[in-house]
Design a protein around this ligand. Structure first.
Ligand SMILES: Cc1cc2nc3c(=O)[nH]c(=O)nc-3n(C[C@H](O)[C@H](O)[C@H](O)COP(=O)(O)OP(=O)(O)OC[C@H]3O[C@@H](n4cnc5c(N)ncnc54)[C@H](O)[C@@H]3O)c2cc1C
Length: 259
């Protein structure tokens, strides 16, 4: 069974994100980049599926600039068999639809039985690429999955989605697109052998022209990024506890309008 995993490289969660000189983008100086955590659940699930079935191939695909190779290398170190890097300045301003169209074009060439994505990338947080990808491919899609089971013939997949108070269970014919939610599994750490082995695995560079694509101008344009206003300083209420509580309730009701 061939499985494609779409991964996005994002700033490390510990990064203090700053707006760049161009207020449409963040300042990338000094950022440590990681694979988006939800995409790690997707990689892990693809690897487990391959291991369970005892055969198959897992291909990691990512769209982004040169630095994205590092994220693909991490996916290979976890155990993916090969990687495809959609690497072309023509995609520099890609919105979610252009990203989905590029991913769909490479997926059409690869013809996997299953595509796994993260439920959202933790930087832009659009949560849109997976569903748009399924739409462009004309494949069924289930998002935020907590569990999956592909049938013996790899003709369909049963997925569970956590909803309030229970689990929603769906059957989808394959090929399909699934997006991973936290809790689907516990992603493995790459072993030393995996890290060394990843250096020899293929990362294929693909340009828009190789896929017969001319990315259109983004339909969604970033106008501006704005930092949140600085938090006002905290206030310590002094005095007798009885009076302090009264003042606290008043301040919460009248000043903060929180109660
Ligand atoms: C320089 C720059 C310019 C940009 N300009 C624009 C713009 O003009 N308009 C605009 O709308 N957005 C713009 N963006 C944002 C960019 O389009 C989004 O990052 C992209 O659309 C994906 O959205 P998201 O990260 O919220 O993904 P989500 O929809 O949250 O991602 C869901 C899942 O889809 C997959 N996925 C997402 N992105 C990728 C990827 N690149 N490669 C492989 N898999 C992926 C992953 O599995 C991910 O978990 C810009 C970004 C940059 C860095």
């Amino acid at each position: 069974m061939k499985i494609v995993v779409a991964i996005k490289q994002v700033p490390d969660t510990a990064t203090q994100v700053k707006i760049g000189g161009d207020p449409k983008a963040i300042d990338t100086a000094g950022i440590t980049w990681i694979v988006s955590p939800y995409d790690e659940f997707a990689i892990e699930e693809a690897l487990r599926l391959k291991e369970k079935r005892g055969q198959g191939e897992v291909i990691a695909v990512s769209l982004g600039p040169d630095r994205v190779k590092e994220a693909l290398r991490s996916a290979l170190a976890m155990g993916c068999d090969r990687a495809i890097h959609l690497n072309d300045p023509a995609w520099a301003n890609a919105d979610t639809l252009a990203t989905a169209q590029a991913l769909a074009a490479v997926i059409k060439q690869e013809q996997p039985a299953l595509v796994l994505c993260g439920r959202q990338a933790i930087d832009d947080d659009m949560g849109a690429v997976g569903a748009q990808l399924a739409e462009v491919l004309g494949w069924p899609c289930a998002s935020w999955i907590m569990e999956e089971a592909v049938d013996a013939d790899a003709k369909s997949v049963r997925v569970g989605r956590q909803v309030e108070g229970g689990l929603e269970v769906f059957d989808l014919p394959l090929p399909a697109v699934l997006s991973a939610q936290k809790g689907l599994n516990e992603p493995r750490y790459p072993t030393l052998k995996g890290i060394m082995g990843a250096k020899k695995k293929e990362i294929k560079d693909v340009k828009a022209g190789d896929l017969g694509l001319t990315p259109a101008a983004p339909q969604v344009a970033v106008k501006n990024l704005e930092a949140l206003p600085a938090r006002p300083p905290g206030r310590v209420i002094q005095g007798e506890i009885k009076d302090a509580v009264k003042e606290l309730v008043r301040a919460l009701r009248e000043d903060a309008k929180a109660i």
